[in-house]
Design a protein around this ligand. Structure first.
Ligand SMILES: Cc1cn([C@H]2C[C@H](O)[C@@H](COP(=O)(O)OP(=O)(O)OP(=O)(O)O)O2)c(=O)[nH]c1=O
Length: 193
C-alpha cells in the first residue's frame, strides 16, 4: 500500500492517530500563512487550511513518492472572533478571560489527498462551555505553560479539561484531529485502517 504521510508538525495529531492504531510512514509539515481572508468564516478557514496543508505536502510527494496525505487545522472562536494560537502567558490569560463562563466553538478541518491526487475533506464543529473562571484559576493555568502554542490558549487534554462544563461535538477534534472523520476519509480514499 502507498505510504501514509501526516502533513502536521503537531505531536498531538500523531498521538491521536496512534490511539486508533494508525502510524504514519512519513511526517512532513506544511508551513503556511494561517491568517484568515477577509470575511472568511471560521468554518471555511479551518477547511481551507486543512486542504491547503494536505495539497502542499502532496505536491512535494508526487510521482513515485505519492502516498495518502492527511492534514488538519483547528480554529477556535468566541462569537465571530477567531482566537489565534497563544504565544505566551499573557495571550493565554486574554483567551481564558474571554471564554470564562461562556460558550465557544471549535472548527477542525480534516483533509486527505489520495495517491491519485483526489482531495476529500470535512469540517467538524464542537461547542464547548467553560465554567466561570476565578482570577487565580486563570493566572495558575497561564503559569502552567500548557496553553502556549495551542489554538484558543488551552488544551482540553490537560488541566483545562477541568474547566469544561459542556461539550457537544468531537473531543478528538478539539485536541486536533477528529478520529472518526479522519478514519472515514482515509478509508474512502482507499487506505486500509
Ligand atoms: C483547543 C485546543 C487546541 N489544541 C491544539 C491542537 C493543534 O495542535 C493546535 C492548533 O493549531 P493548528 O494550526 O491546527 O496545528 P499546528 O500548527 O499545531 O500543527 P500543523 O499545522 O503542523 O498540523 O492547538 C490542543 O491541543 N488542545 C485543545 O484543546
Amino acid at each position: 500500500m502507498a505510504p501514509l504521510i501526516l502533513a502536521s508538525a503537531s505531536p498531538r495529531r500523531r498521538d491521536l492517530l496512534a490511539q486508533i492504531g494508525i502510524v504514519p510512514d512519513i511526517i512532513a509539515a506544511a508551513d503556511l500563512d494561517e491568517s484568515p481572508r477577509k470575511d472568511e468564516t471560521p468554518r471555511l478557514l479551518a477547511l481551507r487550511l486543512a486542504q491547503d496543508k494536505a495539497r502542499a505536502v502532496a505536491a512535494t510527494h508526487a510521482g513515485s513518492l505519492a502516498g495518502f496525505v492527511l492534514a488538519a487545522d483547528t480554529v477556535v472562536c468566541v462569537g465571530r472572533r477567531v482566537l489565534d494560537k497563544a504565544h505566551d502567558a499573557a495571550d493565554v490569560v486574554r483567551c481564558l478571560e474571554l471564554m470564562s463562563g461562556r460558550g465557544h466553538r471549535i472548527y477542525t478541518g480534516v483533509a486527505v489527498v489520495a495517491p491519485s491526487g483526489k482531495l476529500t475533506s470535512r469540517v467538524v464543529e464542537t461547542r464547548i462551555t467553560f465554567k466561570v473562571l476565578t482570577p487565580s484559576e486563570i493566572t495558575g493555568y497561564a503559569a502552567s505553560g500548557e496553553g502556549v502554542g495551542k489554538a484558543g490558549g488551552y488544551g482540553i487534554q490537560g488541566r483545562a479539561g477541568g474547566f469544561v462544563t459542556h461539550l457537544v461535538g468531537s473531543f478528538t477534534a478539539v485536541v486536533g484531529l477528529p478520529l472518526y472523520e479522519a478514519r472515514c476519509l482515509l478509508e474512502g480514499a482507499g487506505y486500509t485502517c
